[in-house]
Design a protein around this ligand. Structure first.
Ligand SMILES: [Mn+2]
Length: 506
């Protein structure tokens, strides 16, 4: 049978005609019809309660459609509508009357032909609106000393499109669900001329934005853009995002606890598999399942799942090697939970038991990790903590005989990255802010010391070659006189704890 014949006769080969679709649907319903509202008539569902009204779906969870996820008045989990308004107010407070900000979120990118990538909202757009659709514009105009107006331009509701891709919010629902003053459809008939006029009339012809309008929109706006110049608003927004509100810190805790618990479960999984050759991608897949099972939307970044010497590549994401008994596994992974990210690294022995040499390096990195966490307080900076990390790491390297008079390399070869970075809605959050900024309560940073020794480094005692260890936690800068808050407390990091978990004792 050639392939063409196979294709043409596919229905005969798998015998589609004898597959009884009606019975199949009926059988499914027998098990799922415990809800008294639904029954089936040859596969058609109808409500036995004639008054039941379909709740309005706007294409993202609302309290009406997802009461198990969102409280009344929450736009996204943990963040009420008032807080989104407050974010816009705080941003606009800085500026003179007439000042205008436009945030653009372009049409969703395609993976191939008409298949989209999973959509992730532009972070700043998300921060100011909680609105989760592509192809939209938020325009804020300062209207008085104390006030501003908000305008949201969104995709029009089109039944034929929504039938395929699901519901859209539409201009008519913007005010109710997002607390925005004015909603428009982003069409030539409705919103585009209004958007054009608002941009054209902005103070001094300057419009401050996250990015310029995408091509299709830019063409339509051309008549209004002749005397307009675009500037970036990024740094102002990042300044507000740098310090997290109480609600945001709670969301960050959720994200870190989901990822932390998933680390513990992944250690147990690897421990339970000792003896069988697991691959890095299986560990990656297991962790991803763990976080999604707990409600995370996606991973924060492509995870690093690096067995043995692969850990020496700081951002190793190929994750396709077989794990080797006796080596370490360095895993750097986190999740995004309702737009808040975690970023954790743990290093653990593939067979569940650290060797003496692995312990030596691990204890050194753990010591730096703990002592740097203690420094996460007001008045310090990522830079000042980094200096301390260098000093501590350098001492450990000398103590262990890794660097000495015979080894011309200094600590930079073995600890080549920063002690940490800001963390929040983005993994590398608020990047415009340097590491010399003084830490303030409500900032969240990572603390991630490491020591990485290549398998091929002839300058280092043989027992330490091929050992790469990083231990990364996420820490909130506390109010003065309180200890730093370690959000990642559920990810095991003590040797005894890791060994117990991996041997299935706890
Ligand atoms: Mn990190």
């Amino acid at each position: 049978m050639n392939n063409l014949y196979k294709l043409k006769n596919l229905n005969k080969i798998i015998n589609i005609s004898s597959f009884n679709k009606t019975n199949y649907i009926k059988n499914v319903m027998i098990f799922s019809s415990s809800s008294s509202l639904l029954s089936t008539n040859n596969g058609r569902f109808y409500s036995s309660d004639k008054t039941l009204k379909k709740p309005l779906s706007i294409g993202q969870p609302t309290h009406e459609t997802h009461p198990h996820l969102l409280k009344k008045n929450e736009i996204t989990k943990g963040i009420p509508m008032e807080e989104f308004k407050e974010r816009r107010d705080r941003l606009m407070r800085n500026f003179p009357i007439g000042f205008a900000i436009a945030l653009f979120t372009p049409p969703e990118p395609m993976m191939s032909y008409d298949i989209p990538w999973e959509f992730r909202q532009n972070t700043n757009f998300n921060y100011l609106t909680g609105f989760n659709e592509p192809e939209a514009v938020l325009l804020l105009v300062k209207t008085s000393e104390i006030d501003h107006q908000s305008h949201l331009f969104v995709r029009e509701r089109i039944a034929a499109k929504e039938k395929w891709d699901g519901p859209r919010c539409g201009s008519e629902n913007v005010q109710k669900y997002f607390g925005i003053d004015f909603g428009y459809n982003l069409t030539l008939k409705d919103g585009i001329p209004i958007l054009g006029k608002l941009i054209e009339n902005s103070l001094d012809g300057k419009i401050y934005c996250n990015t310029t309008p995408w091509d299709g929109l830019s063409d339509k706006l051309q008549p209004y853009l002749k005397n307009v110049n675009f500037y970036t608003i990024e740094t102002f927004l990042q300044k507000n995002r740098l310090i997290k509100s109480k609600n945001e810190i709670l969301m960050m805790l959720n994200s870190c606890e989901i990822a932390g618990k998933s680390f513990s479960e992944t250690m147990k999984y690897v421990g339970g598999n000792s003896g069988k050759p697991l691959n890095e991608y299986q560990v990656s897949a297991y962790f991803e399942w763990c976080v999604k099972d707990k409600g995370a939307k996606r991973l924060s970044y492509p995870p690093v799942v690096a067995g043995g010497d692969n850990g020496h590549t700081l951002h190793y994401i190929q994750n396709n090697q077989t794990l080797v008994d006796g080596e370490l596994l360095l895993m750097d992974a986190g999740c995004e939970y309702w737009s808040y990210t975690s970023d954790i690294t743990r290093t653990f022995p593939i067979n569940g038991k650290f060797t003496e040499a692995q312990r030596d390096i691990y204890e050194a990195v753990l010591d730096v990790n703990k002592r740097c966490i203690e420094l996460c307080k007001e008045g310090e900076s990522i830079e000042s903590i980094h200096s301390k990390a260098i000093e501590l790491t350098d001492n450990h390297l000398k103590r262990l005989g890794i660097t000495n008079a015979n080894n011309p390399n200094d600590y930079t070869l073995y600890f080549p990255h920063s002690i940490g970075h800001y963390l929040g809605m983005d993994t590398h959050d608020t990047l415009d802010f340097g590491y010399s900024v003084k830490l303030e309560p409500g900032m969240i940073i990572t603390i991630e010391p490491g020591i990485y020794i290549s398998k091929y480094d002839q300058n280092v005692p043989e027992k330490y070659r091929g050992i790469s260890i990083r231990i990364e936690d996420n820490v909130v800068i506390p109010d003065s006189n309180s200890p730093p808050i370690v959000l990642t407390h559920l990810a095991p990091k003590e040797i005894s704890q890791i060994e117990s978990i991996m041997s299935n004792k706890i």
